[in-house]
Design a protein around this ligand. Structure first.
Ligand SMILES: *[C@@H]1O[C@H](CO)[C@@H](O)[C@H](O)[C@H]1NC(C)=O
Length: 316
């Protein structure tokens, strides 16, 4: 470990992630489980991107959003899951540099904040399609879609550069153990030896802005959609639309709900261990289920998949 002297304190330059220490006999099954989750996440999301890119019928805002969401999920899982796998395998032996850890957290934050914006855009797209079908092409077209996507990235980059700057100022002088399975904000702040009041205040306000605000917008869109669906005359159409919406609403609530508990609620010792489990939901479960829930239950995507498989057969 590299040690430098500064202000009479030994500054540490490497962290140990000890979130998965002491698994014992469970080490191999847990490793296999996470590996499987990673592979399924990658395959599911890559499949969606391929379908959206290949099939011209899927070049509509809804599917462009989905394709972009899948790209995002791939980066998101690849930022976190390989590290979890290494930690399960090596226990607390593996180290990560302080800078690497801060960058990992900020990349995670960037992708998560962008995902929040994309989820708003996707629910707005469905709201316009279902509640204002006559205005759909004016309110939502490929250009608006591009603006939404670019806006999401710019907004999140701006927010995360503030956090990156503040985290870059932190000093660490031990202990070097982070009680988590990836470089999560609060476990890092807990072991910092500089004053963390400012960064805590800033992250709480920014996460409220980036999580609560999109959450309420998404929720509002789905409530309007569901109330419109309830007024539909066809029972089968009502059932189908309702089941689609409620499954979207479920993954969205899990994603936002767990993030709100971890980032926005006050930090107490009781919540600490629960938060470790909750963060599994927004880091691992959402990227795994999003492609399944948003696409593979969808008739047009199934049709595109069937056509693609047929083409592949002819080709072979
Ligand atoms: C992401 O969105 C942009 C802008 O709408 C679109 O051009 C691009 O094809 C999308 N990417 C994927 C993989 O769907």
């Amino acid at each position: 470990m590299v040690v430098t002297k500064q202000e009479n304190q030994t500054e540490i330059t490497e962290f140990h992630l000890v979130g998965f220490v002491g698994l014992g006999d469970l080490q191999v099954p847990v490793f296999c489980l996470f590996l499987l989750i990673y592979l399924v996440t990658m395959v599911g999301n890559i499949l969606i991107i391929l379908l959206v890119v290949i099939d011209p019928q899927l070049h509509t805002p809804m599917y462009l959003f989905l394709g972009n969401l899948s790209c995002l999920e791939i980066c998101y899982s690849s930022n976190i899951l390989p590290m979890i796998l290494a930690n399960v395998l090596y226990g607390g032996q593996r180290t990560i540099s302080v800078i690497g850890c801060i960058l990992q957290h900020c990349l995670f934050g960037l992708l998560a904040a962008t995902e929040c914006c994309l989820l708003v855009a996707m629910s707005y797209d469905r709201y316009v399609a279902i509640c204002k079908p006559l205005h759909y092409t004016i309110l939502m077209n490929n250009r608006v879609c591009l603006q939404f996507i670019a806006g999401s990235w710019i907004h999140s980059s701006f927010i995360m550069s503030i956090i990156l700057y503040l985290m870059g100022q932190l000093k660490f002088c031990g202990p070097s153990e982070i009680n988590h399975f990836f470089c999560e904000l609060h476990p890092i702040l807990k072991i910092a030896c500089s004053d963390t009041h400012l960064i805590e205040l800033v992250t709480i306000s920014l996460s409220a802005l980036c999580i609560l605000f999109p959450f309420f917008l998404t929720l509002a869109s789905y409530i309007l959609i569901i109330s419109t669906i309830m007024k539909m005359s066809s029972v089968s159409g009502r059932k189908k639309a309702f089941s689609t919406c409620s499954s979207h609403l479920m993954v969205v609530s899990i994603f936002y709900g767990t993030m709100i508990i971890v980032y926005v609620l006050p930090k107490t010792d009781v919540l600490q261990n629960i938060n470790k489990v909750l963060s599994l939901f927004y880091t691992i479960v959402t990227p795994l289920f999003n492609p399944l829930i948003y696409s593979l239950r969808n008739r047009e995507v199934k049709e595109a998949l069937r056509k693609a498989v047929e083409k592949l057969y002819l080709f072979l």
